[in-house]
Design a protein around this ligand. Structure first.
Ligand code: BGC
Length: 790
């Protein structure tokens, strides 16, 4: 097929085997199911309640058994057909003789959910803004948005105490599914029905668990919730975090509960005993416009494992997750070679089920002058499926310099990464709390500067930040300074006759091609063009005179997002947090590759995924779209996904760059964060992606960063992204921001979506506030992207 044929003519040409469609195909649904079962995390399994015995009688409870959440809302939602909820999953197992379902509770919940949905529709409980919370204008009152969140509990848990007693005479095991929805555009609330259980949910757990011999809770959740009701509750025997597991999520849950798959997911976030224990809490719940990241680098486990006394606030630590089998880690060997720390060990399955284990390597660094987290993840690897008694020798490595810290104040050397003098210990285990110290120490004899950088994105309103002993150091505040670099003209020469874009590389160089574009055409090109095709997020590019195609984009990350009214069901993949909990880069690569095939088959060129903002607070409404509180895990997972997607010659758009960890007033919210926390936490995942996976595009974010909109930040988009990290791709804005288009072009934000502000740019050219060379630089990056498509 010709280079841009798919974009131009939108043909219906399937790319699956034997000429069949691959979008939503059986193979993809099965991969979605496999991925779902790899990232679910077993938190509790008293007396080996799970796996269920063959033929076990079970009763299903909880409205989420049927009102199941396959994904969250916003760009991270998807339309699929043939979805499998928890009931569907167990029906499959019943047909195989693995369980017997007590039908009465299932019949009751199915009818109840259907009639409640009818009621909600007829009473128009979703209000005047229609169904899509994420597209609500910012002017909508927070309270009104918060009512929306009660979608979580719009269908309340009914009283089933009598039915539970009756069911317990038939079945030994009750399986309660609890759900939590969240969406782009709104944050979660630390209230009952969101972070906390409702009274009705607590009553459900109590009514059921006191009459059943065994009660299993399935958490079909968008992010961390309060676990205190059931973590120590002796009547609750097992708890599985299933996240929002994609279209085959119910089947994956049944796979795990029936023992067809041994759970191997590990938490990508710390579950604290209360939302108030997260160090971002005060600022996150009370501030809307100026978020001061006072906790600095002490995010997630870096806080809970370091700050004195914080360890007691943890319910389930980072990296934690149970298996049906047990593993031993033997012959742990670590050494340094060529600037890398190599860790090798033998992992043996010492139990009686087949299973996979996640090996996690952490380091500690000397406190020195900068102060350090007690432990930091350095590398991880999931084993293959090990049969009982089977062993695998695993080798992992990481660069010595990745243990360095960023000195933003010049305590040792300003704007440099420094390996402070002293001993660095290496630990190996299967959670941040279950580690063996390797018999090896890396010693820095003196302070070593591993990288000299430049001061960028400097905060001027951050008054203090947390240190490793829990105290705060005062910071000096200053004035906002703005700088835009100078672009020189590409120096192309316009040919005498007009040469079309298809001929670039053959008859004309890209610079000469751009030289034949008029100023107006350049101004048009740096704005998105009207939507074509099946998705709804508009296109990059388009110039009819010069035959530049328009390249359609579509969301991510849950799958290829095509609206239901277009009647093209696609595969819903598990949410990003679940994928991160798999700690399985190969699996994520496969998910990315399969997703990209659906994107290609539907004639779209750019998939607006992955999203890798850091889980700073459990209350961020988009956490389900993001991977983790840890930047290494986020970066590695995103890089694996990017490699998978781009292997199909589909562009990614790694988003939202950067420090976009809150949804409330997201267009105006300023993330005020130290350079160190930026470098070590909020930018690190993006840095890993850029250096390891070369994303073809990056999406700047809605929020401001230290007083500047990220799409207007030269420091961020040119200084750090391009000059320091050598990013060679294109930058797009997030959709619909009203930031200054002239500043965006100067900053290196190449395209404004979903449409541009050509008139403002033309005016700026006329006024001398913008140079043709600035526009040429952006257009060159846009067209270079187009040349990568096959
Ligand atoms: C979201 C992006 C998304 C875009 C296009 C924005 O509201 O923040 O993540 O890709 O819309 O749908």
């Amino acid at each position: 097929m010709g280079k841009f044929t798919r974009f131009k003519f939108q043909p219906c040409i399937p790319i699956g085997d034997d000429g069949r469609k691959i979008t939503g195909s059986h193979g993809h649904v099965m991969l979605s199911r496999e991925a779902a079962s790899e990232g679910m995390v077993l938190l509790k399994n008293d007396n080996s309640t799970l796996p269920l015995k063959n033929g076990e009688k079970i009763a299903l409870f909880g409205k989420s058994t049927f009102d199941f959440l396959f994904s969250g809302g916003g760009s991270g939602e998807c339309y699929s057909i043939g979805t499998q909820n928890v009931y569907d999953g167990f029906c499959e197992k019943q047909a195989q003789g693995k369980v017997v379902i007590y039908q009465k509770t299932s019949d009751f919940y199915r009818d109840y959910v259907a009639s409640e949905r009818r009621r909600i529709q007829s009473e128009n409980l979703f209000g005047k803004h229609g169904k899509e919370i994420w597209s609500m204008p910012c002017s909508v009152e927070r309270e009104e948005k918060s009512q929306w969140l009660y979608l979580n509990t719009t269908i309340p848990e009914p009283d089933v105490s009598e039915m539970a007693a009756e069911a317990s005479e038939f079945a030994d095991t009750a399986i309660i599914t609890l759900g939590r929805f969240s969406s782009e555009g709104v944050d979660r609330f630390p209230v009952k029905g969101d972070y906390y259980l409702t009274d009705a949910e607590e009553k459900l757990i109590s009514d059921v668990s006191k009459v059943f011999k065994k009660t299993v809770i399935i958490l079909n959740i968008c992010g961390v919730i309060d676990m205190e009701n059931f973590a120590d509750n002796k009547n609750v025997s097992a708890v599985l975090v299933a996240w929002q597991p994609g279209m085959a999520g119910g089947a994956a849950i049944a796979d795990i509960l029936c023992g067809d798959v041994t759970p191997s997911g590990k938490l990508a976030d710390t579950f604290a005993k209360s939302h108030v224990f997260y160090p971002s809490n005060d600022d996150f719940t009370h501030e809307y416009y100026k978020l001061k990241f006072h906790e600095d680098i002490y995010v997630g486990y870096r806080y809970f494992e370091t700050i004195p006394g914080a360890d007691k606030k943890v319910r389930y630590p980072f990296g934690y997750g149970l298996s049906y089998t047990t593993f031993s880690f033997e012959n742990i060997f670590a050494h340094e070679s060529n600037g890398k720390v190599i860790v090798a060990l033998t992992v043996k399955n010492t139990g009686s089920y087949s299973g996979k284990e996640v090996i996690q390597v952490y380091y500690d660094a000397p406190q020195g002058k900068l102060g350090k987290p007690a432990l930091q993840l350095a590398a991880f690897r999931k084993t293959k499926l090990l049969a009982p008694g089977e062993e695998e020798t695993v080798a992992l490595s990481f660069e010595v310099k990745s243990m360095a810290s960023y000195d933003d104040l010049g305590k040792i050397q300003k704007s440099a990464y420094v390996l402070e003098k002293g001993d660095y210990h290496i630990y190996v285990g299967n959670s941040v709390r279950n580690l063996k110290k390797a018999d090896y120490v890396y010693t820095a004899e003196s302070d070593i500067i591993t990288e000299q950088l430049t001061s960028r994105c400097v905060p001027f309103e951050l008054d203090k930040r947390m240190l490793s002993d829990g105290t705060f150091e005062e910071l000096s505040m200053g004035e906002k300074s703005v700088y835009y670099g100078e672009n020189s003209s590409l120096g192309g020469k316009a040919p005498e006759k007009v040469v079309s874009f298809e001929k670039v590389g053959e008859e004309i160089s890209l610079d000469d091609f751009i030289a034949q574009m008029t100023d107006d055409e350049l101004c048009e090109m740096v704005g998105g063009s009207e939507n074509t095709g099946v998705a709804d997020t508009s296109c990059f590019g388009k110039n009819k005179r010069l035959s530049v195609p328009s390249v359609p984009t579509a969301d991510g990350p849950a799958g290829l997002r095509i609206r239901p009214d277009r009647e093209i069901p696609t595969t819903t993949w598990p949410c990003a947090t679940l994928l991160a909990c798999s700690f399985n880069e190969d699996l994520i690569y496969r998910v990315g590759k399969a997703g990209a095939k659906e994107v290609k088959e539907n004639n779209i060129g750019v998939w607006l995924t992955p999203a890798l903002n850091i889980h700073r607070s459990p209350l961020c409404g988009r956490n389900f779209e993001y991977f983790s509180e840890d930047p290494l895990l986020s970066g590695k997972m995103a890089a694996a996904e990017i490699r998978g997607i781009q292997s199909e010659k589909i562009a990614v758009s790694a988003k939202h760059f950067a420090a976009n960890s809150k949804e409330t007033d997201r267009f105006n919210c300023d993330s005020i964060v130290s350079e160190r926390a930026l470098r070590e936490i909020y930018l690190k995942g993006f840095e890993i992606c850029v250096k390891e996976a070369d994303p073809w595009t990056i999406m700047s974010s809605y929020n401001l960063l230290n007083g500047t909109h990220t799409s207007e930040s030269y420091d961020l988009l040119t200084g750090i992204l391009r000059d320091e990290w050598s990013f060679g791709g294109m930058v797009t804005t997030d959709w619909g921001i009203k930031n200054n288009p002239v500043n965006e072009v100067k900053a290196g934000n190449d395209v404004k979506m979903p449409f541009g502000y050509a008139n403002e740019l033309k005016q700026a050219l006329a006024d001398g506030n913008l140079k043709r060379a600035d526009l040429e630089a952006c257009v060159k990056r846009i067209l270079s992207l187009f040349l990568k498509f096959e």
